[in-house]
Design a protein around this ligand. Structure first.
Ligand code: AMP
Length: 391
């Protein structure tokens, strides 16, 4: 993967695909600017190199229509404050006016384009649209790890029409952290996988068996595994059609000598509700019609101990319904164990990133990925289309 540092960008028009899909409140104020902060090192570098910087991103799901709710104008202002430099804003991402503004950019100047998804052609990876974006620049840089698993115009379309393409610092860091922690890790490598469904992470589970020494399973997906081992999971969320697959993964782990850990006890509830009645039970004692919504304390302790000797930890998926206070404690115990460990620890983005934040460990682990889907894509052993497009 070519790095932006390998390209002479001085006086060149550099199109940088960033991920400024930031959360906003009802008054459109930005509530979390981490995604903007994550791009400052690259932008400062390009300013120092006297490049002409064109930033582009999507935000939300405007469905191909201009919608002030999804405008990047606020992002431009916040970026300008953070970087302490003017940031020009274009009210579209293509068109004559945009081309004119780009042609007038001076060295070291920054222009932010309006939301790429105001055009359906972005998601459709339309060639004409990709070419129009490509025509704005001399060099294309992808710094948006979180969308690099998508085949979209600003991710895989533009590089087809630009002479020089490269990865930005964030994309490099994300891909490197992943390979360092999964494909070339210091051993033992422990993966902790949880979340809602086996189906969403099946390919990742199968691929991880090639690399890990221990595989720890929690969340609703543990229910399907437990049932595949003959446990009556009563009213818990399970995927009937994946029982055989789950049993296959358990056998495969045995054959490979991977220590696969499943819950011994559970926190179960009489309904899926924050005010539900709850009970701590052993796996074979779930009351009729009740459902498991978190791993139990014995399991959490066992999982925490299993992490102790790890040199590398990969965590993807919460251990329970962490959004509700009554079902966060399994996730909290694991999060604390990861934070206390001296291992290199990498946490998947999306829901797991949120869980790490909620458990106050986001700044105590080695790395929290900025991408949920893209991180999972890597865990499945697949190359990211956005990275392939740069090759
Ligand atoms: P994922 O995106 O696959 O990592 O799934 C995350 C979601 O799984 C979170 O919203 C959790 O609330 C949910 N989850 C975790 N454990 C359970 C469980 N035992 N039952 C139902 N949902 C769960």
């Amino acid at each position: 993967m070519k790095s932006v540092k390998d390209i002479d960008v001085t006086s060149k028009k550099v199109f940088v695909r960033v991920d400024y899909n930031v959360p906003v409140d009802e008054n459109l104020n930005i509530t979390d600017d981490n995604r903007i902060l994550a791009t400052l090192d690259l932008i400062s570098y390009l300013v120092e190199q006297n490049a002409k910087i064109i930033l582009a991103s999507h935000m939300g799901r405007p469905n191909g229509k201009k919608d002030p709710k999804f405008s990047l104008a606020q992002v431009g202002k916040r970026l300008s404050d953070l970087i302490d430099k003017p940031v020009l804003f274009a009210d579209d991402c293509i068109g004559e006016k945009v081309s004119k503004t780009v042609s007038q950019l001076g060295n070291g100047q920054i222009l932010l384009l309006e939301n790429l998804r105001f055009h359906n052609e972005e998601k459709e990876n339309d060639e004409v649209f990709s070419k129009k974006l490509a025509d704005l620049c001399d060099v294309y840089v992808n710094n948006a790890f979180a969308v690099s698993h998508r085949d979209q115009a600003s991710v895989t379309g533009i590089p087809k029409f630009v002479q020089q393409s490269a990865a930005g610092f964030l994309l490099e860091k994300e891909v490197q952290s992943y390979y360092d922690s999964v494909e070339n890790p210091e051993k033992p490598l422990v993966a902790i996988i949880g979340g809602a469904k086996v189906s969403g992470k099946l390919a990742a589970l199968e691929n991880m068996l090639k690399f890990v020494d221990k595989l720890i399973i929690g969340g609703a997906m543990a229910n399907t595994f437990l049932k595949s081992q003959g446990v009556d999971t009563k009213g818990s969320l399970i995927e009937e059609d994946l029982l055989q697959t789950a049993a296959g993964i358990v056998n495969n782990a045995k054959e490979k000598g991977v220590d696969l850990l499943l819950p011994l006890d559970l926190i179960c509830a009489d309904k899926f509700d924050k005010d539900a009645r709850v009970k701590e039970v052993l796996i074979d004692q779930i009351p009729d019609k009740w459902m498991a919504l978190d791993i139990g304390p014995k399991t959490a302790l066992r999982y925490a101990r299993a992490i102790e000797d790890a040199k590398t930890i990969v965590w993807n998926g919460p251990m329970g319904v962490f959004e509700m206070e009554k079902f966060i404690s399994g996730t909290q115990t694991i999060a604390d164990a990861i934070a206390d460990s001296s291992a290199f620890s990498i946490v998947g983005g999306g829901d797991t990133g949120l869980a790490a934040k909620k458990c106050h460990v986001a700044d105590k682990v080695s790395y929290v990925s900025t991408g949920g889907g893209a991180f999972l894509h890597l865990m499945e052993g697949k190359k990211l289309p956005g990275v392939v497009a740069l090759e």
